[in-house]
Design a protein around this ligand. Sequence first.
Ligand SMILES: NC(=O)c1ccc[n+]([C@@H]2O[C@H](COP(=O)([O-])OP(=O)(O)OC[C@H]3O[C@@H](n4cnc5c(N)ncnc54)[C@H](OP(=O)(O)O)[C@@H]3O)[C@@H](O)[C@H]2O)c1
Length: 288
Amino acid sequence: MSFGFDSTAEQVTAGIDISGKTWLVTGSNSGLGLESARILAGRGAHIIAAARTEAKAADALAELGIDGTPVACELSELSSVKAAVATIQATGRTLDGILANAGIMALPTLQQKNGIELQLYTNHVGHFALVTGLLGQLAEDGRIVVLSSGAHFYARESGLELDNVSGERDYHPWRMYGRSKLANIMFAAALARRFEGSARTANSLHPGVIMTNLARHVDNAEAMFSTMTLKTIPQGAATQCYVATHPDNSAVSGKYFADCALKKPAAVAFDADQAEALWRWTESVISA
Ligand SMILES: NC(=O)c1ccc[n+]([C@@H]2O[C@H](COP(=O)([O-])OP(=O)(O)OC[C@H]3O[C@@H](n4cnc5c(N)ncnc54)[C@H](OP(=O)(O)O)[C@@H]3O)[C@@H](O)[C@H]2O)c1
């Protein structure tokens, strides 16, 4: 059976039993993360629901009526990410996968954390710290699934701009969002290289364009989105649930997906030298 633009997360996981498996989902309280948590739990997984606060994560689990583990993880605070890693380690659970889903988009003016542009920090640095902090707990065939976006194309010419991590040079909301989403693809690809020779996988994806809270910083969101072919939230969560659970993807790693299929990202996204430079830079940030 092949899936595509219209497929829902429910459809792409039909018949898949992940009972006994544990999935960590970031951004579990809203939009695609909430729907993904619902679907993965519905297929049997124990959900470790991460959100900015434990209360938000607990509310999400209560809303879904599932008996998961709520964890506070504010991705723009390394102390919170490190505490989340410790909390998750203390559960003693092996992680069968991590859905690095949380994100912010198109901040209208430059915001920074520790001198680093906030979208790069939240979307990439926070997830890098969380995922690498938990690799010791990842199952031998564990899957890392990283939400990127077609918006990475906004940064296809400027690239990562590692000489402009502050975002102070010529700040542009979409280019900087695109840069953070480019970093998401590069992180997954770099992780996949580190997984070579094992059954672990790491992939990234574009979920489609879906009206969620993500657009809250965009003034003209309705007008902008009205020019695009939108997905519903169940359709938007499909690609990540497909990459996360489908047996067809058990040996697929280092790839980029959209509409539940492999897709070519911008050429720069698979530039291994830039990805390794990103990895070294991010390690230096999180160990500072
Ligand atoms: N929707 C689209 O059209 C679209 C297109 C391409 C890619 N994506 C990607 O899909 C992913 C999910 O987005 P969505 O559409 O579901 O958006 P959403 O409804 O706004 O959900 C984003 C989630 O990320 C969380 N989050 C934001 N900043 C955080 C932080 N500093 N620490 C921890 N959690 C944080 C949010 O928490 P709060 O609710 O507390 O803010 C929320 O749970 C994002 O990575 C986004 O870039 C979405």
